[in-house]
Ligand binder design. Sequence first.
Ligand SMILES: Nc1ncnc2c1ncn2[C@@H]1O[C@H](COP(=O)(O)OP(=O)(O)OP(=O)(O)O)[C@@H](O)[C@H]1O
Ligand SMILES: [Mg+2]
Length: 228
Amino acid sequence: MEGAAIRAVNLGMVYRSGEADLAVFVGLNFEVARGEKLALVGESGAGKSTLLHLLGGLDRPTEGEIYFGQKDICKLSESGLADFRNREVGFVWQIHSLLAEFTALENVMMPLLIRGVRKEAAEPVALARLEEVGLHNRAWHRAGELSGGEQQRVVLARALAGDPQVLLADEPTGSLDYRTGEMIMDLLEDLHRARGLTSIHVTHNLNFAKRADRVLRLDRGSLETAYV
Ligand SMILES: Nc1ncnc2c1ncn2[C@@H]1O[C@H](COP(=O)(O)OP(=O)(O)OP(=O)(O)O)[C@@H](O)[C@H]1O
Ligand SMILES: [Mg+2]
């Protein structure tokens, strides 16, 4: 459909582990408009991370289709999917996703190096991203030596290193105190607007969810609009 950045059709995920199958959700249908800021809420275990992983091409659904524009990412080969992840989506997980022994700059450069950009070309881009998140003065600090809020800003800079259209964030403020969490939310919003991103973020915090254009709740396998 026109304007939809992401469209899921009959999306289902069943984990097969040992004897019992676990159907996290089946038959989900939804769209995310280009430029929309969507919050995803739901109880622990509802399947929010699972859904985000599927949308980001980190895992494949057991049924259904996921369109980014006209392209069904579920039909991509393994290398096609790796390329999709590297170029089209930015991931913001919790802070422990950084490489602690590497500098902030090296962490931000990583997605560019992975796609074959030379170090000399990747470095100025990574520095510009660190500047966007207000952290250029920490570029040469090891990630493990930064505060929680600073680390999360590095994660944001890294997510944006490759100029993705879509930003997926799984509890980006989960391990931060409230004020630092708010700062990260402000920054996410600024970047969303300035870069014209399509953003989906999972949160347990309804105050943060309220700031989105739309809130969806995942509950017992179905996805409904939530009015928080
Ligand atoms: N790789 C896996 N193999 C088997 N089951 C899994 C796997 N990953 C997740 N699950 C199960 O799927 C369900 C949904 O998990 P998921 O992590 O998506 O929940 P969530 O909504 O993100 O929860 P939380 O808010 O606690 O992060 C859970 O019951 C979980 O145990
Ligand atoms: Mg989760």
